[in-house]
Ligand binder design. Structure first.
Ligand code: ADP
Ligand code: ASP
Ligand code: MG
Length: 416
């Protein structure tokens, strides 16, 4: 292989012992790769700790731009530590290696701190060093914006750093090592009957990720799909081998022989439901509600508008992330009179459960199976949304695991 990219997540580099094992894996893989770049996450739990420190230091006084740039400086430090530690562990094994921070590889992003988007790479030295045979250990999750300030790519962003490096190097393969041995039909930690997939189409992986399966960050899949980077997910908790054959390959749809109608079930607990009661019913109302939220940087997901018993009024229900819930409430209540509504009700104890499959495009009755299976367990559906290859329902959060397992069985996904 000419160029290979490997990525190790937080649990894979959780302590010095795990980092030593990662160094063994990297050493084994180097035997078969001329150029090798390794992307690392922070030790597991580290980023959460750093985020909490930043929030505590800022208190309620500093928000938005006054907080965001320094937040990124703080939280990016976790990856700086692991990149240096892995470079040392590799040198101890007699390998040529060095660490690279986001700004050193020239990973340019936009200025949207804490959720920055990658614009490109600007430092050819990095590529030259990889081609010269030195192992590049790159700090994931971080880049540098147009002002020269440190930026971070959103939670789980090291996956995206890895795919971006693989795309820039035109690597033959991008292997994402994590704490499970591949992509499963659903989260193996909540459904013991989840089945490992040998291959999954980019489109399906994109839906799975964006609907909550955190095994790959959504943007990493988007980028892999756009640049046609072959991505494989595999476990770092297995032995160090030069050519692993296990794992799940994320690839083009036509490479998959056996196509299922539904190939996976995902869930997300990071949801909040907002109901606006008695909203004035005239053109421009939706634009004023969602315009105000867009200006405040709130992401909105499912939206349902329904007529109300009151003449000239309607009710609007939508979902947002748990994190944006308070901001949503504040933003809309400030504009209550201009928008024109009676009351805002916020519910946090909701979860979204989704079924995904490219086979849905050509099969009828997929939604019926979902609704019947949930109703048989007494699970009430609050909101429904669909696209060509997925159906999502919003339910009471306490039923999340039951719903996931029920749907997994209903679509015949259970392992024997
Ligand atoms: P890392 O720290 O290596 O980036 P993450 O915790 O971000 O790892 O992602 C791996 C986790 O993703 C697994 O431990 C698993 O619980 C979760 N997960 C959710 N859905 C799936 C799925 N469909 N297949 C595999 N893992 C999944
Ligand atoms: N350390 C970062 C996080 O925990 C990035 C990553 O692990 O991918 O979100
Ligand atoms: Mg991750």
């Amino acid at each position: 292989m000419d160029r290979l990219v490997l990525k190790f997540g937080g649990t894979s580099v959780a302590n010095l012992e795990r980092i030593a094992h990662v160094a063994d894996i990297v050493a084994a893989r180097k035997q078969k790769a001329k150029g090798l770049a390794v992307i690392v996450s922070a030790m597991s739990g580290k980023t959460n700790e750093l985020v909490a420190w930043a929030r505590e230091a800022a208190g309620d006084d500093l928000q938005g731009p006054e907080f965001d740039d320094e937040h990124d400086v703080i939280v990016a430090s976790g990856e700086q530590v692991t990149s240096g530690l892995l470079a040392l562990a590799l040198r101890r094994r007699g390998l040529k290696a060095r660490s690279w921070l986001g700004w050193q590889v020239g990973l340019r992003t936009d200025g949207a701190h804490s959720k920055a988007r990658i614009l490109g790479f600007e430092r050819p030295e990095f590529q030259e060093s990889v081609d010269a045979g030195e192992i590049a250990v790159v700090a994931g999750f971080q880049g540098v914006d147009g002002e020269g300030r440190v930026s971070t790519l959103g939670r789980g962003g090291s996956d995206t750093s890895a795919v971006a490096v693989a795309a820039a190097l035109k690597a033959d393969l991008c292997d994402i090592y994590t704490d499970v041995d591949g992509v499963y039909t659903t989260d193996p930690r909540i459904a013991t009957k989840a089945r490992k997939l040998d291959k999954i189409a980019y489109e399906e992986m994109l839906e799975l990720a964006s609907l909550g399966a955190k095994v790959l960050q959504t943007r990493s899949v988007e980028m892999a799909m756009n640049h046609r980077v072959p991505v494989r997910v595999l476990s770092s908790f297995e032995g160090a081998v030069a050519e692993p054959t296990s794992g799940t390959l994320v690839c083009d749809e036509d490479e998959i022989v056996e196509k299922q109608v539904v190939s996976g079930v995902a869930y997300s607990r990071d949801e909040a439901k907002v109901t606006l009661l008695g909203v004035e019913d005239h053109p421009g109302v939706a634009a004023s509600i969602f315009g105000a939220l867009a200006d405040a940087g709130v992401n909105v997901d499912m939206i349902v508008q329904a007529s109300s018993r009151k003449a000239g009024r309607q009710n609007m229900v939508f979902t947002t992330t748990e994190r944006d819930a308070e901001l949503t409430k504040k933003t809309l209540e400030k504009k209550k009179d201009t928008i024109g509504f009676d009351e805002l009700v916020l519910e946090r104890d909701v979860a979204k459960v989704s079924v995904i499959g490219v086979g849905m495009r050509s099969h009828a009755g997929v939604a019926k199976t979902m609704f019947e299976a949930l109703s048989a367990k007494g699970i009430n559906i609050q909101v429904i949304s669909t696209s060509e290859i997925k159906i999502s329902v919003l339910i009471d959060a306490s039923y999340t695991e039951l719903a996931v397992r029920t749907l997994h069985t209903a679509y015949g996904l259970d392992a024997d």
